[in-house]
Design a protein around this ligand. Structure first.
Ligand code: SAM
Length: 245
């Protein structure tokens, strides 16, 4: 069932109080092929760690845009205690995220809204942090979505939008991830994977941000098949700070 609740800032927010779990060792017997990527350590805690380091967000109204099942929102709440609102067109995924949060006792911190990036149902200048992982590449109009991000952020608010595994993701795991993707670029679904890589090029992100008239932004990362940028590790990210209303 779709659940809607207006986000309110938690009085209990305490940024960075909870340590993030870090898988250290490569598990023995890592399988080959497609299942290999799924067997790798979770990327989400590392993404959250990078987002907090790059954004240093003020506590308040935080949005996980294209949140899916709350894969980013939940570790973000666990790491900071700040409430998060998930926005996604997929109500079923949002419901799964709300259930997962309830199982962890975080139901008072996670809310959900069905909607799209291109028409965010939030007032101008109201949001302190927009975090979005793995979603912009699916938006019908990424530039329109980024324009909306700029609209809803309050001055001083930050956005961290893109996709990737995080700079703390173990090097062996990033290498496995990239190796698998490189192999798929020449496999039976080559066209699909080439498109996947194309959409995640830093130049593409730059083009979307410029088309959205964003002024203060940085593109980090070298894309889906590189982990060479130590700021973010594997992937590509847009860091934006709203300067004026
Ligand atoms: C690959 S999933 C990523 C989910 C989650 N953020 C993660 O990192 O695992 C992409 C998500 O983007 C959502 N999405 C697709 N189009 C969207 C749009 N126009 N605005 C917002 N979210 C959208 C999808 O419903 C899906 O949940």
């Amino acid at each position: 069932m779709f659940h809607f609740r207006v986000a309110v800032a938690s009085a209990l927010v305490c940024l960075g109080m909870v340590a993030l779990a870090r898988p250290a060792e490569k598990p023995a017997g890592t399988p080959s092929g497609l299942s290999r990527e799924q067997s790798l350590p979770s990327r989400y805690p590392f993404v959250v760690e990078d987002a907090l380091r790059h954004c240093q967000p003020s506590k308040g109204f935080w949005v996980d845009l294209g949140a899916g099942k709350g894969q980013v929102a939940i570790p973000l709440i666990e790491a900071t205690g700040n409430a998060v609102v998930m926005l996604d067109p997929n109500a079923e995924a949002l419901s799964a995220g709300l259930r997962a949060a309830r199982q962890k006792g975080l139901e008072d911190r996670l809310s959900a809204v069905v909607g799209v990036a291109e028409k965010m149902p939030f007032p101008d200048g109201s949001v302190d942090l927009v975090i979005s992982r793995g979603s912009i590449f699916f938006w019908e109009d990424p530039a329109a979505g980024l324009r909306e991000v700029a609209r809803v952020l309050r001055p001083g608010g930050k956005a961290y939008i893109g996709g990737g595994a995080g700079s703390g993701f173990p090097q062996w795991a990033a290498e496995e991830l990239i190796k698998g993707r490189q192999a798929r670029l020449h496999g039976s679904e080559a066209a699909k994977w080439q498109r996947f890589v194309e959409l995640r090029r830093p130049q593409q992100m730059q083009t979307w941000a410029e088309a959205a008239d964003m002024k203060e932004f940085t593109v980090m990362g070298k894309g889906a098949i590189s982990a060479e940028d130590p700021r973010v590790g594997q992937g590509v990210w847009l860091l934006y700070e709203k300067k004026t209303l």
